[in-house]
Write a protein that binds this ligand. Structure first.
Ligand code: GLA
Length: 747
């Protein structure tokens, strides 16, 4: 049983033996929150978990003179503003020219086997009904004639609950929605560290932490994309929670546009989390009989530290978010020509790169920006999706043929949502660009196409579908290189402009939906100037994302470590690039570049014709190493071991679900002279009683996890003959294999 209902006490208990989530209908008909955390034994009545102590201070507003009942202090499930709860609400709706104090009271509930999908929106899904159960609570506002549905899904074998809300206008007048959060959660105290992923272009998703304090702390985006700057992910961890132990709640918003995730700590030190579409500028007109659906919030609870939380997200996304087709499919090792040629290429150059790459064992050739229109730099041609015959006089078909004769697959870069002012498309349809009639701000010399208009989405669908068919594409890199300014559609009525951002992203999702349905074998890699839209909304369509334009191995330690808090490593596009690195001018060893990139979907972003013979040999080995282990990287459990945000060393590992093998990555940024520090590395996730072979030695699992794996001897100034590692930017990857038939007595 995953959902218990007690109609007498009007209580609901979602539990799966790992987590419990409990709420009730309070005496004023609103929903009250009782508990969220580790699984509790079910009982008929949980009402004693309700906070009842109402401070007698004059500032407290009580209900029907009951001093033990005040919305100002009670934990609530989906609060509104205006009837004595002064904290930030989850919902704000109203009818024009009428009093605007929503009052939603409990009406009914439904339990559904499985999990319904959310119309037009990406969301986690199930394959079999038994994998999840959904509780839908219906609340009604009798004055507004509006129905509010709160959806809670609990997954069978995961510490995961997903939530969303939808609203239906049953009245005869237009309803205006100004706020409809995916979830709101009242926690009993504020003793948490607010942990999130922040940054900017080329240093995305760095881990940031701060103690919760009285007041509002928030992360958000108003850029029309989830953004490089704040990922729609938030964790609330206890102060002593580490990578391996302690309590943490993780929240991820399945959406790729404007969002807010905030925690309000009130005057009694309780904490309210709200997560949803950013209410700033948002105003949705809901006509009679229409429904508006909020995107979904994924909530994870772990009492096994950050790794427990991250693994729950990873397992969920691998099994219930990425397209089904790609769950077990191996992704090709690719070469992307961007850093090799930028815009300067022709057919011969590309074929030579592909040929040289295929000899190394690379499986997919990706032609990046610059193949269409007259695009010799970033000032023109976005929107003109036909091949540039100056660069490729024989067309894409000839190039594809040559690539496939090399035994490689072929992929192309698109930036479907964009339009250059210098393009035929713009000259023909200047009103297709987002912006007011008088104002357009350029970003990377380009404007954004108005994807809130279905005819524009249709146009792009036709163009892309035609090219996919004609060139038999295997892969598309879908880029989005600027954020949205002057968020105005020339087609929407003035009073509908508050709908623009949401309609825009629905247009993007619609295009993805149509293309992925029609071409399920085409692998999509999402990208937004690198990691500017690395979110679960995109992952629903594109199982991998270009993690960052920053390909420097040392920068990638932080970026990939932070990204792994919520997203599976196999979703992170990670490539070996040339040195000095194009983003940092840093020179790192080829081995370290690969050792970092292995923990992702692996590829190369360099000119293979410029490699020395030794480098080519090394790369061949890297490629066969990755081919051997990519199944483990795709399906294994990922453990963060040493954080690049607190140490000069970084370490992580992937352990197979049956604990029979593992891959460990260890990286030391700067060499330490004459140092003994970190000669061993404590591992995680292995079977204590199993014997494992690693680096020429045999250890038991408990030894590897308690005493640690002995690292190769480091150069200390005098031991040059025995030292096995040294210098800045050093790294090692260890493959660990269990020896099934070895018993304790044998050692
Ligand atoms: C973005 C991407 C890069 C590359 C360029 C091409 O910056 O993140 O990988 O595709 O666009 O213009």
């Amino acid at each position: 049983m995953m959902i218990h209902t007690n109609l007498k006490n009007k209580q609901f208990h979602l539990t799966n033996g790992q987590v419990s989530y409990i709420f009730n209908v309070m005496k004023n008909g609103h929903l009250g929150h009782l508990y969220y955390g580790n699984a509790l034994r079910h009982r008929n009545d949980f009402s004693h978990l309700q906070t009842v102590d109402v401070p007698t201070a004059a500032s407290c507003h009580v209900y029907e003179d009951d001093p033990a009942f005040s919305l100002e202090t009670l934990r609530q499930e989906y609060p509104a503003y205006g009837n004595s709860d002064f904290r930030e609400p989850a919902i704000h709706v109203g009818i024009e020219n009428a009093p605007n104090v929503p009052n939603f009271t409990y009406d009914s509930y439904k339990i559904l086997k499985g999990k319904p999908s959310l119309k037009g929106l990406p969301s986690t899904y199930i394959n079999e009904a038994y994998e999840a159960s959904t509780l839908q609570i219906i609340l009604k506002d009798e004055f507004l004639h509006v129905e509010l549905a709160l959806n809670y899904t609990i997954f069978q074998d995961k510490p995961v609950i997903t939530r969303s809300a939808s609203i239906k206008n049953n009245g005869t007048e237009k309803l205006i929605i100004e706020r409809l959060m995916g979830a709101s959660l009242d926690l009993p105290d504020k003793d948490f560290i607010f942990t999130h992923l922040a940054g900017t272009w080329s240093r995305e998703r760095h881990v940031k932490e701060r103690k919760l304090e009285m007041g509002i702390q928030a992360i958000s985006s108003l850029r029309g994309a989830s953004s490089h700057h704040h990922n729609p992910f938030l964790a609330l961890k206890r102060p002593f929670t580490t990578e391996h132990t302690g309590e943490v709640y993780g929240f991820n918003f399945v959406y790729s546009s404007n969002f807010i995730m905030q925690v309000e700590v009130d005057h009694y030190d309780t904490a309210r989390l709200t997560a949803g579409i950013h209410p700033f500028g948002f105003k949705w007109n809901l006509k009679p009989h229409e429904v508006f659906q909020s995107p979904e919030v994924v909530m994870v609870y772990s009492d096994q530290g950050l790794n427990g939380m991250s693994q729950a997200f990873h397992n969920l996304y691998r099994e219930h978010l990425i397209p089904n087709h790609w769950r077990k499919e191996e992704r090709p090792i690719l070469i992307n020509n961007w850093e090799a040629t930028y815009f300067d290429f022709n057919e011969e150059k590309l074929v030579n790169i592909a040929k040289s790459a295929s000899e190394l064992g690379i499986e997919l050739f990706v032609l990046d920006d610059g193949w269409f229109g007259k695009r010799n730099d970033d000032t023109s041609s976005l929107g003109d999706w036909h091949v540039d015959l100056n660069k490729l006089p024989n067309g894409l078909e000839s190039l594809t043929k040559e690539i496939s004769e090399l035994g490689m697959k072929f992929g192309l870069w698109f930036e479907p949502e964009m339009i250059s002012p210098n393009s035929d498309l713009y000259r023909e349809h200047p009103d297709w660009a987002v912006g007011t009639p008088h104002q357009h701000t350029l970003g990377r010399n380009q404007l954004v196409l108005d994807f809130s208009r279905p005819e524009i989405v249709d146009y792009l669908y036709e163009k892309m579908a035609e090219i996919i068919k004609r060139t038999n594409l295997s892969y598309i890199k879908w880029d989005m290189n600027r954020n949205i300014t002057e968020a105005f559609s020339q087609k929407l009525a003035l009073n509908q402009q508050g709908e623009f951002f949401h309609r825009y992203i629905l247009g993007v999702y619609n295009l993805y939906e149509r293309l992925t349905n029609e071409f399920p074998n085409v692998l999509f890699e999402s990208c937004a100037g690198g990691g500017g839209r690395f979110d679960p909304g995109m992952m629903y369509y594109a199982p991998q994302a270009w993690t960052s334009d920053d390909t420097d191995a040392i920068e990638r330690l932080k970026i990939q470590y932070g990204t792994s808090f919520a997203y599976p490593v196999y979703s992170m596009g990670s490539h070996v690039s040339a040195v000095p690195n194009h983003q940092t001018l840093r020179t790192t060893p080829l081995s370290t570049r690969a050792n970092t990139a292995y923990f992702g979907t692996f590829g190369y972003e360099l000119d293979p014709l410029k490699l020395s013979e030794d480098e080519r040999l090394e790369i061949k080995e890297q490629i066969s190493f990755y081919k051997k282990h990519r199944g483990l990287i795709r399906d294994g459990l990922f453990y963060q071991l040493l954080s690049p945000f607190s140490e000069n060393e970084t370490a992580w590992m992937v352990v197979s679900q049956d604990q029979s093998e593992a891959l460990v990555g260890y990286y030391k940024v700067l060499a330490t002279p004459n140092s003994l520090k970190q000669q061993t590395l404590q591992l995680s996730g292995l079977n204590e009683a199993k014997a494992y072979q690693v680096a020429g030695r045999i250890y038991y699992g408990d030894e590897l996890m308690q005493a640690g794996l002995q690292l190769p001897t480091e150069f200390n100034g005098v031991n040059s003959s025995s030292a096995k590692r040294g210098g800045d930017f050093q790294s090692n990857v260890f493959y660990i294999k269990s020896i099934e038939d070895l018993h304790f007595n044998d050692l």
